[in-house]
Design a protein around this ligand. Structure first.
Ligand SMILES: [Zn+2]
Length: 475
């Protein structure tokens, strides 16, 4: 009987690092049939995933997604061609059997494993960015098996997704650096990821990879620290303090580094085809200091993430549609004042994207933005702007409304709607705030000049912060 490894989010390193597999025993054979092959992958589908087999019998779409991931991550890792990676798309139960899980956990979406001796990934979805990095690293650093803190750290360091970790929370490096992938505290993931990201950002990916290749395999904190200071010329104590320190303007939440090598989203305002094989994320085009208007389906979020993973996220809140309102494809519009020139990306699906001066301090300077008729039947408009001083932020938008509808606000702050820019004359037909008129107010079609007094978002601590306002449309 072979011993079972109880893991949650694991790299199964069957050789070395003391995982303890009995000699002569191998893992369960991986169920699945090879359906297709590409330049860097062979793709297998579990016979129990009949829907996937019928939807993509040769795995063409999945292989395209995997090749896009390979090419994107290669821009950072310099991944060489080499042995093909076997990607097994399995049922969660089969992932558990192959990886040695005793139960399937969905808490972090990471239930999967990389079987290094077979160059195989077992996962319940495609592409599993964490396990793919493990596979790429066997090509980038063949034969290198540093401590799990570094192996899991790099797998958590590079990716394009939303969740992050609290940078200010920390444990002693003496504890984190000797952890294993199976430890329930998961420090090798959280602290290891932050450690790798910080080194990549500050020292560059090439230097980080050189460090990875020579780092010790033995889980010994004194050895780890000595190697660290010899390699980098700085003390691990100092580096640990720095990586848990939030610089002004950065976020307390530290997120994966996204290569952002993919082409930016088109900016002509026409509907965007969200082909995840080509665009698992959309990079934000250069807005040249203007604002950007993004639409997403009802109930979804507009969420701009910093490619480097350190700037505060810019996002709308989750809200329901008005009662009885239909779910529409472009039911959420966010007009975003992009705070700086840092590269950013959005996760699909997005409906449309337009760049223009849709927000302006001066009402007359706001470029008109046309709201679609579908949107006006039950849509949520968000204004996301910068707030750099303690004073409330006021901004203007000019909205083109093609049909009669009703409008309300949820943020509780003020939105004044005028036909023109005479906001200070007391003659504007509609003044909205949650306390004034909690119900929707009728508006006629036409051009609406809106003055927003924005609320400060609770998402960011301190200044600068995100200032937020909203209008809900629908009858
Ligand atoms: Zn892992």
């Amino acid at each position: 009987m072979c011993p079972r490894l109880r893991r949650r989010s694991v790299t199964v390193l069957l050789l070395g690092v003391g995982v303890g597999v009995t000699a002569g025993c191998g893992p369960d054979p991986i169920p699945g049939t090879e359906v297709g092959e590409s330049a860097h992958f062979r793709f297998f589908i579990d016979p129990d995933r009949a829907d996937d087999l019928s939807a993509d019998p040769q795995g063409t779409k999945r292989l395209a997604e995997l090749e896009t991931d390979f090419a994107d991550k290669r821009t950072m890792l310099g991944t060489p061609d080499g042995r093909k990676i076997d990607y097994h798309l399995l049922t969660p139960a089969h992932v558990a059997a192959v990886c040695g899980f005793t139960e399937f956990s969905t808490s972090d979406g990471e239930s999967a494993c990389f079987l290094e001796d077979q160059m195989a990934i077992a996962a319940a979805y495609v592409p599993h960015q964490h396990e793919l990095i493990h596979a790429y690293m066997t090509l980038v650093a063949p034969g290198s098996r540093p401590v799990p803190f570094l192996v899991e750290g790099i797998a958590e360091a590079i990716g394009c997704s939303r969740p992050g970790i609290d940078r200010t929370w920390q444990v002693a490096w003496q504890q984190a650096t000797i952890g294993t992938a199976a430890d329930p505290d998961e420090y090798v993931y959280s602290e290891g990821g932050l450690f790798a990201r910080t080194l990549i950002r500050t020292q560059g990916i090439d230097a980080y990879l050189r460090y990875f290749r020579q780092a010790p395999a033995r889980r010994d904190w004194a050895l780890f620290a000595a190697n660290f200071s010899a390699f980098w010329g700085m003390s691990l104590d100092d580096a640990w303090t720095a990586m848990h320190t939030v610089s002004p303007g950065d976020s307390e939440t530290d997120v994966e580094i996204c290569p952002c090598s993919l082409a930016p989203a088109p900016t002509d305002g026409r509907p965007i085809t969200n082909d995840r094989a080509k665009h698992p994320y959309w990079t934000l085009p250069d807005t040249f200091g203007s604002s950007v208007a993004v639409t997403v389906p009802s109930g979804d979020l507009v969420w701009l993430q910093d490619c480097a993973g350190i700037a505060p996220e810019i996002r709308t809140f989750y809200t329901g549609s008005p009662v009885g309102a239909p779910v529409v494809a472009e039911g959420v519009v966010a007009i975003v004042e992009v705070p700086d020139a840092r590269p950013r990306y959005l996760l699909p699906p997005i409906g449309t994207l337009s760049v223009g001066r849709f927000l302006a301090d001066d009402c007359a300077a706001a470029e008109p933005y046309a709201l679609s008729e579908n949107f006006l039947g039950g849509g949520h408009l968000w204004i996301l702007a910068n707030q750099t001083t303690a004073a409330a932020r006021t901004t203007h938008a000019t909205l083109q409304v093609s049909v009669a509808t009703k409008v309300a606000t949820e943020t509780g702050y003020r939105a004044t709607i005028c036909n023109g820019c005479a906001f200070d004359q007391g003659s504007c037909p509609v003044e909205l705030s949650r306390s004034l008129n909690p119900g929707p107010v009728p508006i006629a079609p036409g051009t609406l000049n809106v003055e927003f007094v924005l609320a400060r978002s609770w998402l960011w601590a301190g200044l600068p912060t995100q200032a937020i306002g909203d209008l809900m449309f629908g009858n």
